[in-house]
Write a protein that binds this ligand. Structure first.
Ligand code: ADP
Ligand code: ZN
Length: 670
């Protein structure tokens, strides 16, 4: 008897081993085994059992690790597809699917469960009765539930504006699946940022039927969850993208909430995109996948246009609460009048004052944390940057230090310019901390809070801030996109965007899309209660269509204009692309390798089927000490790119000092 085994190494081979007689009864597909490999013994996963092999002198497996298969057929199929599509080895994809308590060949773990720190259901929803469903919710549900009943694969894009009742549609779709004795997976962008969504699920379905997974769980907590799934106790799994590997069986519905979010892309091996992978898992398990968003990614809307998935719309807010009115403040004008660049314009200030007087709450949004975002010597022009990255250091007031937002390098405040030793260092740029201090100056009597990933790092502080805001102990909350996600504070009537230009100026072709989506999501936080909401957006580029379309809450018009630009420049979703990212600590090595690789690709590019771009340096040229270059390959068909790259890279050996990362369907080329 022989088994085929994958190992967690970047090798595309699958390895044949013989099975000693005394282990023949215990081997099975999906179980892990200890196998001799080169001079070591490592963990492998059985993916096939055969009665013969072409390999001479096979070695024997040492030991079977699992009593029952750890990886189901579905997960093996999913990881196999993933390895092929995202350019990693099957063994690497399987490693990502192994629950962390089982890593390194472990089989069980001693469990000690800490008290979970999720919010309790202090403010549960009122139950939405069947006869209360809106016309649009009913229409959506009729179609989705009928599909779930067939037990066949289906894919829906639920495009519903903020507060249009998408979550209620998820609930009822899941109920339909549970009625058929099936289960559900619900993806959320980030567990820590979506406490209210989770609270609502728990309230609706009860704690006992739900498992919540996230990176902050200890291994023993994860082990307990895994056991609950295995025992069939869990009907609904809620988690971030990694929940795609959940061992949950018999899945009827897969929900991807806020499907446009960047956190759904994994930047390490396997570099998968959750939306694509969730569709794949739904196909494999014959489930219905629902992608939900107020601002779907262009990819998903395009998929709907080309008939790959079905778009359903919820175009109206529930309870007749209107969408907030949006006002744009032209900061060029403000600067001209004031002869300086204010952080908070007069219009914004007046509106905040008005809200405070009415005892209503305010959210101020800026997608940049820290105090000053760059330090510049006005004598020699030097900008203080990270030792390891080609990026400016950010001044964090509370920690009295300069911090790199890309690698967390931390240093004390320089007394003089490191370049010219002059005494002319000046602090520029505005982060959330500076907004906070400006608010204290302008509104000395207001209670001000801040939420960003700095406060998020201090877990309890973050929950306190959240609770204080909810219980109205804080009047004005300043924050980054941490604040934009799915939070519902009924007493917030004013949402201010300090600078819409921050995301607009990111050197990425999705900058407009992200700006539009962020502004729309942020605006969606206003006026969710009885009082009407108002949104004020400060910008130096008020005429930009991303801002103009957000002003009118007009997704379709944004989509049309942005697609013209994508078509002209041959960018996704019109075409598919893969980025070949090279990095090295030796600048010359990476430059040379990038040239060699690009030449090789061009030589194989018969009849110019592919568009090959580069090599070019990445926008963040140096990161954690690595110099970075990139080559981009484009074609209308993903499979053609895949075959082409396999042909080219199969024969090519990356030089020792250089690392290559193939990124298929990259989210951000930075
Ligand atoms: P979305 O997920 O689209 O942002 P929500 O699901 O959060 O919208 O809905 C907003 C609010 O409206 C929630 O409090 C929800 O309980 C409530 N709701 C949803 N559907 C209905 C309905 N048909 N009638 C009354 N209230 C509803
Ligand atoms: Zn750095």
């Amino acid at each position: 008897m022989f088994v085929q085994v994958t190992v967690n190494l970047p090798l595309k081979n699958i390895f044949d081993y013989s099975v000693p007689q005394h282990l023949e009864d215990s081997v099975d597909v999906g179980k892990r085994v200890w196998v001799p490999f080169r001079n070591r013994v490592i963990v492998g996963c059985i993916i096939n059992i055969n009665s013969n092999t072409n390999i001479r002198n096979t070695k024997a497996i040492k030991e079977v690790i699992d009593e029952t298969p750890l990886l189901s057929d579905d997960i093996l199929r999913l990881t196999h597809w993933m390895a092929d599509y995202y350019f990693c080895s099957w063994g690497e994809a399987i490693e990502a699917a192994i629950p962390s308590p089982f890593k390194k060949g472990k089989t069980s773990i001693r469990t000690k469960i800490a008290e979970s720190d999720f919010l309790t259901s202090e403010h549960p929803d009122d139950l939405v009765r069947e006869d209360m469903l809106t016309l649009h919710q009913n229409k959506a549900l009729t179609e989705i539930i009928n599909h779930i009943k067939t037990g066949e694969y289906g894919a829906y894009l639920l495009h519903g504006i903020t507060a249009s009742g998408k979550t209620e549609v998820y609930f009822r779709a899941i109920e339909a699946a549970l009625k058929k004795n099936k289960t559900a997976i619900v993806f959320v962008p980030e567990i820590a940022l979506t406490p209210q969504t989770i609270e609502r699920f728990i309230h609706r379905f009860g704690k006992d039927a739900i498992a919540i997974t996230h990176s902050r769980l200890s291994n023993s907590e994860k082990f307990v969850e895994w056991q609950r799934i295995k025992n069939g106790e869990v009907k609904i799994m809620i988690g971030p993208r990694s929940a795609i590997f959940s061992s949950l069986e018999n899945i009827g519905v897969i929900v991807v909430d806020e499907e446009h979010e960047n956190t759904y892309k994994q930047e390490d091996v396997p570099r998968y995109n959750l939306v694509t992978t969730a569709i794949k898992r739904a196909q494999i398990t014959k489930a219905v996948v629902i992608l939900g968003s107020a601002t779907p990614s262009l990819e998903s809307t395009y998929k709907a246009q080309t008939g790959i998935i079905k778009r359903i719309e919820l175009p109206e807010r529930i309870k007749g609460s209107d969408l907030p009115t949006v006002q744009i403040v032209d900061m060029r004008e403000q600067s001209r009048i004031l002869k300086r660049r204010p952080i908070i314009s007069k219009v914004m200030e007046d509106n905040i004052n008005r809200s405070l007087q009415k005892k209503e709450q305010v959210i101020l949004f800026l997608n940049r944390r820290g105090f000053s975002t760059f330090i510049h010597c006005s004598k020699c022009g030097y900008v203080v940057h990270c030792k390891r990255c080609s990026t400016a250091l950010v001044h964090h007031f509370d920690r009295e230090s300069l911090i790199c937002h890309h690698c967390d390098y931390k240093t004390s405040l320089p007394k003089m310019c490191p370049e010219c030793n002059g005494d002319y260092l000046r602090y520029f740029g505005t982060g959330t901390q500076k907004v906070e201090s400006e608010l204290h100056r302008l509104f000395p009597n207001a209670r001000i809070g801040r939420m960003d990933s700095d406060t998020l790092a201090k877990k309890t502080a973050h929950f306190e801030a959240f609770k204080d805001f909810k219980s109205r102990k804080i009047d004005v909350m300043v924050g980054t996109q941490v604040l934009a996600k799915g939070l519902d504070f009924p007493n917030v009537t004013l949402v201010g965007v300090i600078s819409a230009d921050v995301t607009l100026n990111i050197p990425d072709f999705r900058a407009s899309e992200r700006t539009f989506s962020l502004l729309t999501q942020v605006a969606g936080r206003a006026g969710r209660g009885k009082a009407p909401g108002k949104v004020i957006i400060q910008t130096y580029t008020p005429e930009h269509y991303a801002i103009q379309c957000a002003l009118k809450h007009d997704y379709d018009s944004f989509y049309e204009q942005e697609m013209v630009f994508r078509k002209q420049l041959k960018l996704p979703p019109y075409i598919n692309m893969a980025a070949l990212n090279l990095r090295s600590k030796k600048e010359q090595s990476v430059i040379k390798t990038a040239e060699v690789l690009a030449n090789m690709l061009r030589k194989h590019n018969k009849a110019d089927k592919m568009i090959i771009m580069g090599p070019s340096p990445l926008p963040i040229y140096k990161l954690r000490g690595y110099f970075r270059w990139s080559i981009v390959v484009k074609h209308s068909d993903a499979l053609t790119i895949n075959k082409f790259l396999r042909m080219c890279l199969g024969r090519w050996k990356v030089p020792a000092q250089v690392k290559l990362a193939v990124d298929v369907d990259p989210r951000m080329i930075m």
